[in-house]
Design a protein around this ligand. Structure first.
Ligand SMILES: [Zn+2]
Ligand SMILES: [Zn+2]
Length: 268
């Protein structure tokens, strides 16, 4: 299996508009790896994308992705879905008034409902301009695309509002859980790769997200062969310093993890 990190940024991408902090200035001046778009993953084997924030068009263009056939949605939050229009509508030709292609969109009914309440666009793309085909995939259900088996894992089981996706090919197993993993209550073992959100460094002030030390404990528990941490928040690096990621790697040297960056290629 081959993956590319399309975006490794947090709820607010880096550089953050208006911000004149060192992290944002550096990202503006030098681009990658300091620039981080919204969290998104490309799965080469199936021309698949997981999640699409507002900057997804830039993420796809930067990696010169030529086709997206399958789109998976973890949860409705804006940093994971507000780029739906750009992924889907790029398959529509307004001159002929026809869809050029349809993208398969995979999500649970609950996530679909949440999205319908917050930003009702999927019905339009699926039924009016027909650039999307919706497939509901629930907790523990599997879809097979090419050689890959993809299993939806609800964070809290049935009726979860947030999902991770488990990719299997032969004996290889990869789990992508990019956001809100404080509520992740599943024990997924024997992973060759875990791509997880980066825990918060500011856990003494913010209690609503998984703390970095708790995440380190969870990684010990799940014991994947390799871990990549994504969804890295600009405000965290602004506050703790751009070198803090390296400091954390040194501090937790006994854990086998790396921080993601935009364009990171991963083979499993
Ligand atoms: Zn900044
Ligand atoms: Zn998020």
């Amino acid at each position: 299996m081959e993956f590319v990190i399309l975006g490794s940024g947090g709820a607010t991408a880096t550089p953050r508009p208006y911000c004149q902090c060192n992290v944002c200035k550096k990202a503006r001046k030098l681009g990658e790896p300091y620039k981080r778009n919204s969290s998104s993953l490309f799965i080469k084997d199936i021309n698949g994308v997981i999640d699409c924030g507002e900057d997804i068009a830039d993420s796809l263009n930067r990696r010169n992705i030529k086709k997206v056939e399958n789109l998976f949605i973890t949860h409705w939050h804006p940093d994971h879905t507000f780029g739906l229009r750009l992924v889907l509508e790029s398959c529509f030709d307004f001159r002929t008034n026809k869809a050029v292609r349809r993208i398969n969109v995979y999500l649970s009914k609950r996530v679909f409902k949440d999205l319908e309440n917050k930003m009702n666009v999927l019905n339009y793309y699926a039924n009016v301009i027909k650039v999307a085909k919706i497939h509901f995939i629930e907790h523990n259900q599997m879809v097979k695309i090419g050689k890959l088996k993809i299993i939806a894992i609800g964070y809290t089981g049935k009726n979860s509002n947030t999902f991770s996706f488990l990719f299997k090919e032969g004996k290889k197993r990869v789990l992508y859980a990019p956001c809100d993993t404080i509520r992740f209550a599943q024990k997924i073992l024997n992973l060759d790769l875990l791509i997880n959100e980066c825990g918060l460094f500011s856990y003494k002030t913010v209690k609503s997200e998984i703390s970095f030390p708790s995440l380190m404990n969870r990684i010990k528990e799940l014991n994947p062969k390799r871990t990549i941490l994504t969804h890295i928040e600009e405000l965290e690096l602004q506050n703790w310093g751009i070198n803090y990621l390296r400091k954390m790697k040194n501090k937790y040297a006994d854990s086998n993890f790396d921080f993601a960056y935009d364009g990171m290629e991963i083979k499993v």
